[in-house]
Design a protein around this ligand. Sequence first.
Ligand SMILES: Cc1ncc(COP(=O)(O)O)c(C=O)c1O
Ligand SMILES: [Zn+2]
Length: 380
Amino acid sequence: MKLVCTGCGKTFPGKAILYRCPRCEALLEVRYPEKTFTQKRTWKGSGVWRYEPLLPTKPLVTLGEGNTGLHFCKNLPTLPFYVKHEGENPTGSFKDRGMTVGIAWAKKLGATTVACASTGNTSASLAAYAGRAGMRAIVLIPSGNVAMGKIAQAIVHGAKVIQIDGNFDDAMRLVQQTDAYLLNSINPFRLEGQKTLAFEVCETLGRAPDTLILPMGNAGNISAIWKGFKEWKAAGKISTLPKMIGVQAAGANPIVRTFRGQSNSCTVAKPDTVATAIRIGAPVNWTKAIAAIRESGGDAVTVTDREILAAQKILAQKEGLFVEPASAAPVAHLLKTKRRGRVVCVATGHGLKDPEVILRGKPKWVQIKPDLRSLQRVLR
Ligand SMILES: Cc1ncc(COP(=O)(O)O)c(C=O)c1O
Ligand SMILES: [Zn+2]
């Protein structure tokens, strides 16, 4: 196993602590020898570590991540589709798939301090896994616009929580200047864990989906999952690949703009959206993400905050699935389009992460005196 530069192709030893190529600054990718995919393999157990033969390390720190439900949804005014509910992971988001592998790798390297910049879910996951591994966790969060549930998780799991007087992009710039082992999505080992979603979806469906739709923030997840589909095909487990559709919020859409040729820098100066998990103006993985979308014949699209909140509500009310706003973005897109075939929407995080978004505004329940007449009056 080695690290390969996605820009110039230069290779580095797997154990090198690098996040970017020293020669051309491009992102790195974990690559396995050809025989990894052609050898006969046994897949044991369920969840992320079922796929250990295609991962860089043994399971050193696990909380039982992965093996999330693939829910068939047919009650919405769209064609039927599936939701892969990543909110069912141990800390309530897909980040746990990556963190179990990333922390195991950190342990192998002998790291004692791990860090990330985060819109919330990465810090929650990092804090939990670092605690279990006996490591110090440092998380940098933007000022405001982080869901309360996520901060509470980082605190309770014992991370050092540092709020930056700036946005996510400022936090990201800063954390890269520390000496800690970084577990943001520029870490190629973390992405190895996240690719297992592709394996699980294919195993549950008995084939690859036709289309996979997911939200994009830093766009590590779409890059990781696309790598997963390609590796599952290389292993002879599927014969087709899905189209990858990346969804961004209209107020934080640098990848969509770049994909459509409206921007070269892939930045938005003042990102803003109710979907705080994807409120990112300078996505670090944008080159990988655009390559994945192009290679797959997919698309990069936007949805408005209003569409996101409407999708969150209808998914909860008609399908029993409570997802956070960012995770409702794929369904918001689906509600506007008629996508045929086997469509899988990735719900990246649980709705309980961000209850404030549901409760704000006018009161959502009625209060009555404790007598039957009052109750009958409100039920009429
Ligand atoms: C719930 C949720 N959805 C989507 C994303 C975006 O993932 P990525 O940055 O890998 O594109 C995040 C990242 O924080 C998230 O927490
Ligand atoms: Zn390079």
